[in-house]
Write a protein that binds this ligand. Sequence first.
Ligand SMILES: *[C@@H]1O[C@H](CO)[C@@H](O)[C@H](O)[C@H]1NC(C)=O
Length: 324
Amino acid sequence: MATHSLLWLLIISCPVLFIVFLWWIVQPRPVKVPIKGRHVFISGGSSGIGLALAHMAAQEGARVSILARNASRLEEAKESVESSTGQEIKIYSADVRNFEEVKKVMDEAGPVDVLICNQGVFTPQEFELQSVDTMRSMVDINLMGTIHLIKAALPYMKRRRNGPPASIALMSSQAGQVGVYGYTAYSSSKFALRGLAEALQQELIVHNIRVSLIFPPDTNTPGLVEENKMKPEVTKLIAASSSSMEATEVAEKTLNGIKSGKFIITCNFDGFMLSIATAGMSPQTSPIMAFVEVIAAGIVRIVALCLLWSWYSTVHKWHNHQKK
Ligand SMILES: *[C@@H]1O[C@H](CO)[C@@H](O)[C@H](O)[C@H]1NC(C)=O
């Protein structure tokens, strides 16, 4: 009897001790990033997820600035956010591909507390068919645009002395977690954001700045309808199982993730599973999530291998079908 109880004590206390150990080692440390009364700057803020984020942040009492290229769309966005939230917001027109333009905006906008690099373009197409110009525009806007925004905002963000943590959030994609047929250029630009985020977090931790990386699925935006017309048939077959989300849902997950200082922010179950499958060397602030990552690693890898098997079967079937 005594040995039984001892055994049970050991079995139960092992995971608990393990979580305590993980709580002790996880880096960066868990924090809260408040939004209320702070300057939230959102690029790609005039439509889709960016506009939904602007609405939400303004609703929560943040001082919101949005950046986009099209001035008339910016005006429309300003009016829609101000009429629905009663909060005044600032708008800036610039092309994120042009560092001088971005720098001018940041000099004018003043210190940012929460920078959300959300702009993005997406054209799915087979590598061999896609023009170099189309590929370059994806890399320039999605990756270089993000680098420009951070480069221009960072000197001001670092000058903050005390107070709560600041945040830099990068909008990646589930195509930034896994490469999929037809997404060569897009995935390149979105995977790159992960390397950027991981390295940047190490450099900025001493300045009390948190980096977040968001992995949304396809999101129902005006852009998606056009994108879907371009999608190769194989891409549609492979990606058919992944469901799309509304911009407001993605915005909500994003803002909540930023506020809890998360490094990786996922938006739905698929993204959550992908985050476990690709945990790798990513920072993890939550001991519970670290525990889940460790325990689930093996079984999630098996699921991933099965998924890959089905994708490759689809590619082969499609290829054979075309040859006939
Ligand atoms: C800017 O947005 C407006 C309204 O959506 C649109 O009609 C116009 O064509 C856009 N301009 C450019 C240069 O894209």
